[in-house]
Ligand binder design. Structure first.
Ligand code: PAF
Length: 287
């Protein structure tokens, strides 16, 4: 596995692979890798001739007061995991290598980014969209993988790739969960033992609603809200039922494919951990 930090070198690396007829797969990450990330890397490895992963904790997607400084970082451990997973290139730039100090250009995705996570994390999706656009421009992959755990991010990236004609296939990897159902997340590292147990209420509520789902979006949203509002140690941020493709919030009877999505804060101190999760709600047909 090669490791590069300079965008120009990574661009050249990609050009050489593509000129040689290789397909290039890409998995962007912020590091602190877990099995969720590695499942995306394995999918890229199986599908493409050459695989690039990036590790970059993107300062522009964290708001004031969020956990940019505290975000877990261990590049040596990440590099070891990625080498073992068989990637070809690790791209690990510093912020100043990706963005000139006087940069003024950002990518804003619009409507899709303005509900769910949007109001709770102002500027977050512009930060994600801007950095993902840059990473894709540097690496130039044929296909790029993103996890369904960040379902709204996946939809935002699909939108931006289509709108800006970036010419990369956006691939989704399923959420990887701990044995007890908790969605894997780099932020789980913040949880104390008690908070880790309390956080389980999030996936449990989503599974319960998916299990009982009969197409009634109002019931599903209310039931999710009821379960998460009553869960000890959790503060509910949002609970919604949305169209799986457009992420439009749904009411009434739903016949197509939907998603239940929720965000909670765990821990009652001044620095709670914010966790998100979602599950598929299968099409129930009409009537
Ligand atoms: O999902 C993430 O880890 C980040 O949001 C991403 C896509 C790497 C952009 O910084």
């Amino acid at each position: 596995m090669e490791c590069l930090t300079e965008p120009a070198e990574v661009r050249r690396w990609g050009q050489l692979r593509r000129c040689a007829g290789s397909t290039v797969g890409f998995v962007p990450t912020m590091g602190a890798l877990h099995d969720g990330h590695l499942s995306l890397v394995r999918a890229a490895r199986d599908a493409c001739d050459a695989v690039v992963a990036s590790v970059f904790v993107n300062p522009w997607q964290f708001g004031p007061g969020e956990d940019y400084q505290a975000y877990p970082r261990d590049l040596d451990a990440d590099a070891a995991h990625l080498a073992e997973a068989g990637i070809d290139l690790l791209f690990a730039p510093a912020p100043e290598q990706l963005t000139p100090a006087d940069a003024t250009t950002t990518v804003s995705v619009g409507g899709l980014a303005q509900h769910l996570e949007g109001p709770s994390r102002p500027g977050h999706f512009a930060g994600v969209a801007t950095i993902v656009t840059k990473l894709l421009a540097v690496v130039g992959p044929d296909r790029a993988w993103f996890g369904e755990k960040d379902f709204q991010q996946l939809a935002v990236i699909r939108r931006l790739v289509a709108d800006l004609a970036l010419g990369v296939a956006v691939e989704a990897g399923p959420t990887v969960r701990e044995a007890d159902g908790l969605a894997m997340s780099s932020r789980n590292a913040y949880l104390t033992g008690l908070q880790r147990r309390q956080a389980l209420a999030l996936s449990a509520a989503l599974f319960a609603v998916a299990e009982a789902w009969d197409g009634d979006a109002d019931w599903a949203r209310d039931e999710l809200t009821r379960r998460l509002t009553g869960a000890p140690g959790l503060a509910l941020d949002y609970a919604e039922v949305c169209d799986e493709r457009t992420l439009e919030c749904l009411t009434g009877h739903v016949s197509g494919r939907a998603r239940a999505l929720a965000a909670v804060r765990v821990g009652e101190d001044h620095a709670p951990t914010r966790l998100i999760d979602n599950v598929a709600l299968p099409a129930r047909g009409d009537g």
